[in-house]
Design a protein around this ligand. Structure first.
Ligand SMILES: [Zn+2]
Length: 325
């Protein structure tokens, strides 16, 4: 089994342009925007001045608000952008899309979303709360809360043609338990996303990806059988009748080591869905810094953003008929 994450050092900071076929869906170079500066990264969606945008440019809003556990890769330190913000900033410059990164969940509202083509979430908890419901590492980041209509506005925006891209703990967001609901409840956000986080094991491990739709536009950079070291999530409320699975996870030895978490058949970890006129993408990866700095993962991120922004076929009819136990 080949390790898909060969190194950290060679992938850090300097982000080489991925070679084809990773760039199969690259949009043409556009008006140079200059490096996405620290200032831009730290600003909210209001940085989008219409006259500064090329007409056809994709405008992407990245929200990394934590109302629960805050991952290290999205932590800002002493005013510097987080690792994920840096990576997305570099990809935005390379691929010619506009990026605004914020930790203020209040940015998710009907008015501000009008200026956005693709929203990316790397979040936790009930985003209408500034802090988390727990203590210690679950206390949240204290950043701005989403308004009470935020989720409704987001879903309406997607249904009208917006693209929603979600990584890792975006599934640990607006869960039924976050909202004090019953275990079998499906919140509107989870219904849109397609699942909610259930558990992960105590250790990162090399999960093997089984690509079941290699022709999907978001699968151009996926290799069937590739092993990815990450913190792998297991899910509940998985919408097996609605999602279009792109890749499944074979947890290998962890299936026997942690059967309550990883037991059973391989299950989806990358999927897409249609929602009205809009497109939804989820990728369970992204806990680790060396995932975000890996050019192969970055290729997946770019493909996901472009697809959510309308590039390529939607290709999201449900393709799973058997529920994961
Ligand atoms: Zn994680």
């Amino acid at each position: 089994m080949r390790n898909w994450i060969p190194c950290l050092r060679a992938c850090s900071r300097e982000v080489p342009m991925p070679a084809t076929p990773w760039l199969k869906l690259q949009i043409p170079a556009r008006v140079p925007r200059g490096f996405l500066s620290k200032l831009l990264v730290l600003c909210s969606v209001s940085v989008f001045a219409p006259e500064a945008r090329a007409e056809e440019q994709l405008d992407v809003l990245f929200l990394s608000k934590s109302s629960g556990y805050e991952h290290a890769v999205i932590k800002r330190s002493e005013g510097d952008p987080s690792r994920v913000e840096m990576v997305l900033g570099e990809l935005a410059e390379q691929h010619g899309f506009g990026l605004s990164a914020t930790k203020d969940a209040g940015s998710i509202n009907a008015a501000d979303l009008q200026d956005v083509d693709v929203v990316i979430f790397y979040t936790t908890g009930d985003l209408t709360k500034s802090g988390g419901t727990g203590a210690g590492i679950f206390r949240g980041d204290g950043e701005g809360a989403m308004g009470k209509d935020g989720v409704t506005d987001l879903i309406k925006w997607v249904e009208a043609g917006g693209g929603f891209v979600a990584f890792h703990s975006a599934s640990d967001t607006f869960k039924n338990t976050d909202l004090g609901l019953a275990d079998d409840a499906v919140t509107p956000y989870v219904e849109m996303l397609g699942a909610q986080f259930r558990a992960h094991g105590p250790r990162n491990f090399a999960g093997q990806l089984m690509v079941i739709d290699p022709d999907h536009p978001v699968a151009a950079g996926l290799k069937d059988g590739a092993a990815v070291v990450d913190e792998w999530y297991a899910f509940s409320q998985l919408a097996t009748d609605r999602i279009h699975a792109v890749a499944l996870l074979d947890a290998g030895a962890e299936k026997d080591a942690l059967p309550k978490v990883y037991g059973g058949d391989p299950y989806p970890v990358i999927w897409t869905m249609e929602r009205g006129e809009g497109r939804v993408y989820y990728n369970a990866m992204g806990h680790r810094e060396d995932v975000w700095t890996n050019p192969l993962f970055q290729g997946l991120v770019v493909d996901a953003i472009l697809w959510a922004g309308g590039e390529g076929a939607t290709q999201s009819s449900p393709n799973l008929s058997v529920a994961h136990p």
